[in-house]
Design a binder for this molecule. Sequence first.
Ligand code: FEO
Length: 404
Amino acid sequence: MKPVEIKKDIFWVGAVDWNSRDFHGYSLSPRGTTYNAFLVKDEKITLFDTVKAEFHDELLCSIAQACEGSPRLDYIVVNHLEPDHAGCLDRIVERFHPEKIFCSPMGEKALRSYYHHSQDWPLEIVPTGASIKIGKRTVQFIETRMLHWPDNMISYIPEDKIAFSSDAFGQNWASNERFVDEVDSHALDTALGDYYANIVLPYSPVVLKVLDQLAAMKLDIDMLCPDHGLIWRGHEAVAHALDTYREYALQKPHKKAVIVYDTMWHSTEKMARAICDGLSDEGISVRIMSVKHNHHSAIMREVFDASAVLVGSPTHNNGILPLVADVLTYMKGLRPQNKIGAAFGSFGWSGECVKILTEQLSGMGMEMVEPSVKVKNLPSHETYQACYELGKKVGQAINAKVAA
Ligand code: FEO
């Protein structure tokens, strides 16, 4: 890859993974992704993060080009230890023998457990408030624990008004463009939301804390460089990224509901459609998402900015269908807040589905709307009416929440 000079003597030396579709092992990345690393040429040539192991050679090539054929690394800053950013750290250390490697206090713990032979590495721990000189530039460090791993930190260079933010503010976006102002802004916001919903959502309280901390520090940032996707260039773009994250983290209610279901002989599916009619008549925007046809991360993207989640499953072997259980497990881990829940489903004989779904949704803190609806075998006219009424009731609850 060719390095890209993003500011005077500051280079993007990352890799574009056009074929990534399974991000971090559990989430979709339909547009691919990038692993962003950055090289600052000062008295101490400093690398910020590395790339996924399979892109090691590309990183080496980019470093060589940025260093005009005489590659050298004096310092390495490890903002994040997840293997898509630190997966070839050992080979980079062995190749360049840097004078110093900087990471957060929690980064040290992660580093030692990933690289068992790192005892001799020249590690220096940089907690929040620490700063280093790399020549005419200073690098300030801000830990962002649990945004989204314990070790994450942001590195900020005041002389260039540039911040390297690791996963925060990233998007899964493979392209030859490097900056957000080079692509369609609506598509970019969709990608930012996809990323937040599947990676950052459970840590929303931390996001708010970090945003407040950055505001209190009055950092002047005119370039924000996440470890994935496009770079936020200019004060306006940076403000958009920060403001959008604040809005995401607050999880305010919207007039939107998601109906998630699986079905065996289409009874539960028919119930989902009747519930949708009730919601629609209350002016709610609805997504009906079959778990057979939608990956759990696509479902979570819709749940993320919806106010209600209505889940349907037939009873199967005294439980719920396995794909519904998969989505609920994934949803629970992402800890969506401020949601209304409802349950529905069909059954042949024992009929535990609605009870199980209700327990799981209320266990996530959702305000359950009752009565839930369950039907033996095929829905009747009365069943459809009950489903419609459930949709109406959930719609009214959403409207009340939005108005509050
Ligand atoms: Fe993209 Fe948390 O690593």
